[in-house]
Design a protein around this ligand. Structure first.
Ligand SMILES: [Mg+2]
Length: 348
C-alpha cells in the first residue's frame, strides 16, 4: 500500500495543564494510504511539531510503499524512520523534532498492525504480560489510590523545588497513608542538585522508596553517574531523552538505574524497542513514561521482564479505546494496531 497523506493536528481536549504542554501540546498524527486504511499516533511539539511534519516529514513519506507482509512492512518503517531522521538531523537531534517524528512513527506502527489485523504487541514478538500493574502518578498527597487498588504510588515532589525537609515530610506522610504494602516512588522533575538529592535519598531511604526520578537536569550525566554510585535508592530517568543514541550514552555512563523513555517523544516504537534491547543487554529496567497509555503499553506488554506502567493523563479525552485502569492493573486490548481511534470531532 502507498502512503497518500500525513496529517497532524492539536486535538481539543479538556483541562490540559497550564504549563509548557499548553503551548507544546500533544499532537495527533494520521497516516493515510491508497487502500483507505489509516494509522494514528500521538507525538508532541504542538504547532511547531505540526510545522515539522508538514514541511519536512510529510514530503519524505507521501508516495512511499509499505510492504504486503508484516516483516516487509516493519522493514519499511525502519527505512522510513532513517529517512525522517536524516531529514531532521541538521536541526532536531533532540526535542521537538523527535517528538513530531515519534507521532508519525507510531501512526506507521498502528497502520501496519491494522493491516495485519494484529495488535502492535504481536508485531513486537507477542504478548508476554497481559495484566500490567500501574503506578498512580500523583501530586504529593495520597487520596484514594489505595482504595482504588493501586499497589504502586509515585509522588511528584517538584513543587517543593529542592526544599529537602518539605519533600521528606511528604514522603513520610505518604508512607503513613498507604501503609507498608504499597510501593512508593518519587519524581523530582529536575528541580534538585546532587547534594540535595543525596541528603533527600539518605533521609527517605528508611521509608522504603523504589526510585528517585529525574532529580537533576537531563544534561548532567556526570552528576547522575555520581548519584547512581552514592545514592542508597535507585535513580530513574529518561523521559526527556531522545533516540537510541541518547539512551546508549546514559547506559554507557551508568547514569540511570531505570530508564523511562516516552514512546511519543523518544522516536516512537522504532526507537523504544531498540532502547529496550540495549537496556536488556545491560540488565537495566525499562519503565516507559506514562506507559499505561497505549503507545508505551504495547511495549510494556511485549518487551522486558518487569512490567510496570505509569498512569496516563486524564486530560487526553480525544482518543477512543484506551484500556481502563482497574484495581491497579491495565490490560492491553487485542484490537488491531494500538486499538485506539481519534475522536474526529476533536480535530475537525
Ligand atoms: Mg517524570
Amino acid at each position: 500500500m502507498k502512503i497518500t497523506e500525513v496529517r497532524a493536528a492539536v486535538p481539543r481536549g479538556t483541562n490540559e495543564p497550564r504549563d509548557w504542554r499548553t503551548a507544546m501540546a500533544q499532537i495527533a498524527v494520521t497516516v493515510e494510504t491508497d487502500e483507505g486504511l489509516s494509522g494514528v499516533g500521538v507525538g508532541g511539539g504542538g504547532p511547531s511539531g505540526i510545522h515539522i511534519i508538514d514541511t519536512v516529514l510529510r514530503p519524505v513519506l507521501v508516495g512511499q510503499e509499505i510492504g504486503e507482509d508484516s516483516d516487509q512492512a516493519l522493514a519499511d518503517i525502519e527505512r522510513l524512520w532513517e529517512r525522517m531522521y536524516r531529514a531532521i538531523l541538521p536541526f532536531g537531534r533532540k526535542g521537538l523534532a523527535y517528538m513530531a517524528l515519534s507521532g508519525v512513527d507510531l501512526a506507521l506502527w498502528d497502520l501496519v498492525g491494522k493491516r495485519a489485523g494484529q495488535p502492535v504487541y504481536e508485531l513486537l514478538g507477542g504478548l508476554r504480560h497481559s495484566e500490567i500493574p500501574v503506578y498512580a502518578s500523583i501530586d504529593a498527597v495520597v487520596n484514594d489510590e489505595v482504595e482504588r487498588g493501586f499497589k504502586h504510588v509515585k509522588l511528584h515532589l517538584n513543587r517543593h523545588s529542592g526544599d529537602v525537609p518539605e519533600s521528606i515530610e511528604a514522603v513520610l506522610v505518604a508512607r503513613e497513608r498507604v501503609g507498608a504494602d504499597v510501593k512508593l516512588y518519587t519524581d523530582m522533575f529536575f528541580r534538585y542538585d546532587l547534594e540535595s538529592t543525596l541528603r533527600m535519598a539518605d533521609a527517605i531511604f528508611p521509608y522504603g522508596v523504589e526510585w528517585i526520578e529525574e532529580p537533576l537536569s537531563p544534561d548532567d550525566l556526570d552528576g547522575y553517574a555520581e548519584l547512581v554510585r552514592r545514592s542508597p535508592i535507585p535513580i530513574a530517568g529518561g523521559e526527556h531523552e531522545y533516540g537510541v543514541h541518547g539512551f546508549r550514552e546514559i547506559l554507557d555512563r551508568r547514569a540511570h538505574a531505570i530508564l523511562q523513555p516516552d514512546a511519543s517523544w523518544c522516536g516512537g516504537m522504532t526507537q523504544l524497542r531498540k532502547i529496550y534491547g540495549l537496556a536488556a543487554e545491560r540488565g537495566v529496567w525499562v519503565v516507559p513514561h506514562r506507559g499505561a497509555e497505549v503507545w508505551g503499553l504495547h511495549a510494556v506488554a511485549a518487551l522486558g521482564d518487569r512490567p510496570l506502567a505509569e498512569s496516563g493523563r486524564p486530560w487526553v479525552t480525544w482518543l477512543r479505546g484506551e484500556p481502563p485502569i482497574k484495581d491497579g492493573f491495565v490490560r492491553p486490548s487485542d484490537a488491531p494496531g494500538f486499538g485506539v481511534e481519534l475522536d474526529p470531532a476533536s480535530v475537525g
